[in-house]
Design a protein around this ligand. Structure first.
Ligand SMILES: [Zn+2]
Ligand SMILES: [Zn+2]
Length: 314
């Protein structure tokens, strides 16, 4: 039962969510209205599966992080609500300018929606891959992204633990290419639904048994390496919902000979644990580094991420 649940949980939930959005759209119900109920259903499902088939039982025990993670949930919804119209306005503005130069958007909107979807996934993931990689490798951006990597465990509630400025930038950046190319609204909604569902299974402490799909989805089996405290391991698996661009650009990591050890940020032990303190942490970066150094960490290693390519799994 356990292997079967671990094998079907993500593919079945994602397929059901996409099917529901398409059916609702056909009945004139905006697919965006599905997002909140879908989030609640997926959260309940993930929290339940964590009890039934946990990946690591120790990660089900709170570490003083629940209130901090809970505070990021309304933040993410507020930012998400802002990103959508902002991206639309920018896309209309940029699209008008581009249409003057290049003609109408080249998106194949006449294709069946399920044929357009893989194309949308590939494009959105490509943009986000490089955004995420930059967040690791540009020291100023790492100050923002450190919030996400400060988690000491992975569980259903820390999917949305990200700095609001990062959320806004990636939210708008992910939506603009599709809107700019003239992709239909339903496709943009399906892209958001994919991020929501896979994002939850990316962080939920569920023993997913995806087999070959570990080379497709950026879910917990590969994403947990991205949260490793070891810097060389964390600078890998940048994919947001899918992992194929990591294969293309040589950053896929899925070791078979050992398990990820501690989570968190190497050399940044003094990183604040509270929500408000984390929001302003980028402004107090040098103080955090100094306090971490006092605690025995190496501040140079903590200040930025390495550009070392990780070991590529065969
Ligand atoms: Zn990251
Ligand atoms: Zn993560």
């Amino acid at each position: 039962m356990r292997p079967l649940l671990g094998a079907v949980a993500l593919p079945v939930t994602l397929s059901a969510a996409i099917a529901a959005a398409i059916l609702l759209d056909a009945r004139g119900v905006p697919s965006s209205s599905l997002m909140l109920p879908l989030f609640l259903v997926c959260v309940l499902l993930a929290a339940l599966l964590e009890r039934v088939i946990p990946h690591r039982t120790a990660w089900n025990r709170p570490r003083g992080d629940v209130w901090t993670d809970a505070a990021y949930v309304p933040t993410s919804w507020a930012v998400g609500g802002l990103a959508q119209p902002l991206a639309s306005v920018l896309a209309v503005w940029l699209g008008t300018a581009a249409a003057g130069l290049l003609g109408p958007g080249p998106w194949p909107a006449h294709w069946p929606i399920l044929a357009q979807l893989p194309l949308a996934w590939a494009l959105v993931e490509l943009v986000d891959y490089w955004a995420h990689r930059a967040l690791h490798q540009v020291p100023l951006l790492w100050r923002l992204h450190a919030v996400h990597h400060s988690a000491q465990r992975l569980y259903w509630l820390n999917t949305t633990r990200s700095h609001p400025l990062e959320m806004l930038g990636r939210g708008v950046g992910n939506l603009i290419p599709l809107a700019l190319l003239g992709a239909p609204e339903l496709l943009i909604a399906l892209s958001g639904i994919t991020n929501l569902v896979v994002g939850l299974f990316q962080h939920a402490n569920v023993d997913l048994r995806l087999g070959p799909l570990n080379h497709v989805f950026s879910a917990l089996p590969v994403h947990r390496w991205h949260h490793s405290r070891e810097r060389a391991e964390a600078d890998s698996n940048y994919g947001n919902s899918f992992i194929f661009w990591d294969h293309v650009f040589g950053t896929f990591l899925l070791p078979r000979d050992h398990e990820v050890d501690e989570l968190g940020i190497e050399g940044l032990d003094a990183y604040p644990r509270g929500y408000l303190a984390q929001l302003v942490a980028p402004l107090h970066w040098n103080e955090i580094l100094a306090r971490s150094a006092g605690a025995g960490c190496d501040p140079v290693r903590a200040a930025s991420r390495s550009t070392t390519s990780p070991e590529v799994s065969p």
